[in-house]
Ligand binder design. Structure first.
Ligand SMILES: Nc1nc2c(ncn2[C@@H]2O[C@H](COP(=O)(O)OP(=O)(O)OP(=O)(O)O)[C@@H](O)[C@H]2O)c(=O)[nH]1
Ligand SMILES: [Mg+2]
Length: 210
């Protein structure tokens, strides 16, 4: 897939109305600091389009990136960040739930997990939520550059088992640094787009909830 254009089209906070448009969307969920914004940049071949930080809790809104005027990537706030108040975390959780529940054009949810670690209780909860809302989570294992090929093979098997993923469940090692897995993720999105309806109104509304 050739990335011809990218626009940050809409930024939605906890009190925002989520945009109503028909262009297909792909969401990226995962704990804070796992590398969601870095992955969005790597996919789009942009250095710092989505804001990245070593400090967890950087992305606090649902950011809609309109790509090729045809589809959206949505960068979600991360969960599991202790320095954000429990109240705020609950509101982000509710916002993400509302998004999964109401977005008619969400084609796939990618769950990002740090390849170096076993999934946490919160990761398992997010995986279950994605399934509950009717999506088949495609799991992206981030920071693959930090592991050897042997360690990667081992962690792939561990993570598949801990999540209880079916054997044909999609698991893609990814590195934003080395761009490993980029083509695979883009191809997967392309296959979903092939199934998408032709129509698509890229006009998005993102005003206050009313
Ligand atoms: N080595 C390596 N570091 C990465 C990779 N992806 C992300 N990082 C680093 O991990 C940190 C967090 O990355 P972000 O992309 O901001 O993470 P996020 O999931 O968007 O975090 P929140 O917005 O807080 O939810 C940054 O220091 C990145 O440089 C990767 O593939 N390899
Ligand atoms: Mg982020």
């Amino acid at each position: 897939m050739v990335i011809r254009s990218v626009v940050l089209d809409c930024v939605c906070g906890i009190t925002s109305r989520l945009p109503a448009h028909e262009a297909p969307e792909f969401a990226f969920a995962g704990r804070s600091n796992v590398g969601k914004s870095s992955l969005v940049n790597a996919l789009l071949n942009r250095k710092a389009f989505a804001r990245v930080s070593q400090e967890p809790g950087k992305t606090r809104t649902i950011n809609y990136y309109l790509v090729n005027e045809a589809f959206y990537l949505t960068d979600l706030p991360g969960y599991g960040y202790a320095r954000v108040s429990a109240e705020t975390r609950a509101k982000w959780g509710a916002m993400i739930d509302r998004y999964f529940r109401t977005s008619g054009s969400l084609k796939a949810v990618f769950l990002l997990l740090d390849m170096r670690h076993e999934p946490s209780a919160e990761d398992l909860k997010m995986y279950a939520r994605i399934v509950e809302y009717g999506f088949r989570p495609a799991v992206i294992l981030t920071k693959a550059d930090k592991l050897s090929a042997n360690e990667q093979a081992k962690m792939k098997a561990v993570i598949r088992r801990v999540l209880g993923m079916p054997q044909d469940g999609i698991l893609i090692p990814f590195s934003s640094v080395k761009k490993t897995g980029r083509e695979e993720v883009l191809q997967l999105m392309e296959s979903f787009l092939g199934e998408a309806r032709e129509s698509g109104d890229p006009e998005a509304f993102c005003g206050p909830q009313g």
